[in-house]
Design a protein around this ligand. Structure first.
Ligand SMILES: CC(C)(COP(=O)(O)OP(=O)(O)OC[C@H]1O[C@@H](n2cnc3c(N)ncnc32)[C@H](O)[C@@H]1OP(=O)(O)O)[C@@H](O)C(=O)NCCC(=O)NCCS
Length: 207
């Protein structure tokens, strides 16, 4: 007797709005799915725990991966998200030595409507070289092209100017300010800028 397919996996198999595991090559960096396989002891797991402790990440993009067990649980949740096609969390790795530079994640907010949200963070070693901008752009294009995303939103705290630059450089047009809309790592609600890109928008100029 065959085992019944779980409903979420069955939806992922047939729904065109499914994020399917892939690798994206940027030349100097490679984006590949986070997952259970990263939970073994090694530099990647250590770098994830280091990222969670970074003050800027802890402020603007808190990660529940502060110690070994939390990081393993975080990876298990990424595995599950890929399994369901509900989100596409990518590790951004240096192409030369495989070290972790950052992360870009796109996830459905309303899958039936093709509405998604994108986010990112970079370790200090991955900052200031434009790699997160290029990675965000690559994931955006991929989500429009292969997962039938219609609109992707991006929100950042008004004070987070680096994130605003990434959004604008990736063609996410500003749509306004959301008041006290999100609880950040400092325990305060901050205003956020909402940006969005539509599948029909022109691609940003190459940088
Ligand atoms: C946001 C973040 C990913 C940007 O990383 P990065 O490596 O600096 O990104 P890039 O190099 O691709 O592009 C950064 C852009 O912001 C600008 N920038 C960087 N730091 C800045 C700052 N403190 N103030 C204003 N602009 C800044 C850069 O000049 C560049 O813009 P430009 O190309 O127009 O010159 C990184 O700062 C980070 O991880 N922050 C903590 C987590 C976070 O904020 N995540 C996003 C939550 S919405």
């Amino acid at each position: 007797m065959s085992t019944p397919t779980p409903p979420a996996a069955a939806q992922a198999a047939t729904d065109p709005r499914t994020f399917r595991r892939t690798t994206l090559d940027l030349g100097d960096a490679v984006l590949r799915p986070w997952g259970r396989e990263d939970a073994g002891p090694g530099p990647l797991l250590d770098s994830l725990i280091t990222a969670a402790a970074d003050p800027l990440i802890a402020l603007w993009n808190p990660l529940a991966a502060r110690d070994h067990d939390a990081a393993v649980a975080w990876l298990e949740a990424r595995e599950d998200a890929w399994e369901r096609g509900a989100a596409a969390p990518f590790a951004v790795l240096d192409a030369t030595d495989g070290s972790l530079l950052g992360c870009v994640n796109v996830r459905w907010i309303d899958r039936a409507d093709g509405l998604a949200m994108i986010g990112y963070w970079a370790l200090p070693t991955g900052r200031g070289r434009g790699v997160i901008t290029r990675a965000t752009n690559a994931v955006t294009d991929w989500a429009f092209r292969t997962a039938d995303a219609r609109r992707i939103e991006l929100a950042h705290a008004v004070a987070n100017e680096a994130s605003c630059r990434v959004a604008l450089n990736c063609g996410y047009l500003p749509e306004g300010t959301l008041r006290a809309s999100h609880l950040f790592g400092d325990g305060a609600h901050h205003d956020e800028h909402l940006h969005a890109r539509l599948a029909t928008d022109p691609e940003p100029a190459a940088r």
